[in-house]
Design a protein around this ligand. Structure first.
Ligand SMILES: [Zn+2]
Length: 371
């Protein structure tokens, strides 16, 4: 056999990214096919589009074509088994329901509802911050508040909206029905995720409560069992069960802000804490009104850092390939995503000016560990 049968021809990280995104759209549409009363053709259209792009990659690698009808079964198996160019072992569906990675990919399109919400809130916050006497401090304070208040008392959330002169509804909303349950003898309660504090989704049929839309929270162990006839939760993933919170007088951050500000923000603040433990290190969050995430310095050395907490590395690769960094930029990923570093090093040429590493490796670098 000659090499040309197995060697990929012109496929790029972008092609893999598009195929993965469309496969996730197809899996998502398939999982929700029973809801499509008015438009039953949509899941099938999504399946055939997904299949077309997946098969384009497969043909390029000399692999057999997957019939459209077989895709729903494959969605339940690790993606690296059928989507070439992907090194990760998550699946898109789990017993018919979208996995956190599938949710993540599905909402990452930018054109979806979540993307639009985010795009409406953040520029308004930024416009308002620019009018203050100290925009940088107000920006850092506001962003920290959002990251630390995925669930908030209505009073505090209103105060923030008034201070920022941003419509309240662009920032917060009532706790979702699906995240609430009735407690006997009192009003409804919800369960803030122990990692991100956004109210977790309740699945009454499966008797489970989890931060099912966030891969990072899910992997960190934010999964619990409902106890019959009670509002107490039992630990099921490793994190201690949160105490139920009365949802009266509480509001939850809009999904876009939670997804694009809180989830990466948790990693950013954690990294900042670790760095500040190192002697003579100085670190600033979101310098120049969010030009990047962290500016770190120690003696004469300086680092510019962006923290990337994505389910898969393909979108990061696409962004890096599209735009060369003007100054050297460190892109760091959570430790659990170490496999993404290997992938990014392989597909993004060094002259794009990015260095990829895990958060722990970056802390070691700043500390000066030579190991
Ligand atoms: Zn969470």
């Amino acid at each position: 056999m000659t090499e040309s049968h197995t060697k990929p021809s012109g496929m790029t990280a972008l092609d893999v990214d598009v195929a993965l995104f469309l496969a996730a759209q197809a899996a998502y549409a398939w999982a929700h096919r029973h809801r499509e009363i008015d438009n039953s053709a949509r899941p099938l259209a999504a399946l055939s589009t997904g299949a077309a792009y997946v098969n384009r990659l497969r043909v390029d690698r000399g692999l057999p074509i997957i019939p459209v009808g077989e895709l729903p079964t494959l969605f339940e198996t690790p993606i690296l088994e059928w989507l070439p160019g992907i090194d990760e072992d998550f699946s898109l569906l789990d017993e018919g329901a979208p996995t956190p990675a599938c949710h993540d990919l599905h909402s990452s399109g930018g054109s979806g509802v979540i993307g639009r919400l985010e795009q409406s809130a953040m520029p308004k916050i930024m416009d308002s911050v620019r009018l203050t006497s100290d925009p940088q401090s107000v920006y850092v304070e506001t962003r920290r508040f959002l990251i630390e208040h995925a669930i908030a008392r209505s009073r505090d959330a209103f105060e923030l909206a008034i201070r920022l002169k941003v419509p309240f509804a662009d920032l917060y909303q009532p706790v979702a029905e699906k995240a609430q349950m009735q407690r006997r003898g009192s009003g409804p309660v919800c369960f803030p995720c122990p990692r991100c504090s956004w109210p977790m989704a309740i699945n009454r049929k499966a008797k489970s409560v989890s931060c099912s839309r966030s891969t990072s929270c899910w992997n960190a162990g934010s999964r619990f069992r409902l106890v019959d006839g009670s509002t107490e939760l039992q630990e099921a993933g490793g994190l201690a069960a949160p105490t139920p919170v009365s949802s009266d007088g509480m509001v939850a951050l809009r999904e876009g802000l939670w997804r694009y500000t809180v989830l990466p923000g948790i990693e950013e603040l954690q990294l900042l804490d670790e760095l500040l433990k190192i002697e003579s290190v100085q670190a600033r969050l979101w310098p120049d009104l969010d030009a990047y995430d962290l500016h770190v310095s120690r003696d004469q050395l300086q680092w510019r850092v962006d923290v990337k907490d994505h389910a898969t590395p393909h979108r990061i690769a696409t962004q890096c390939l599209k735009k060369q960094a003007v100054e050297p930029m460190f892109l760091v990923v959570p430790d659990a995503r170490v496999s993404q570093v290997t992938y990014l090093n392989r597909v993004v040429p060094m002259d794009q000016n990015y260095t990829f590493m895990t958060c722990s490796d970056f802390v070691r670098l700043v500390r000066g560990d030579t190991r």
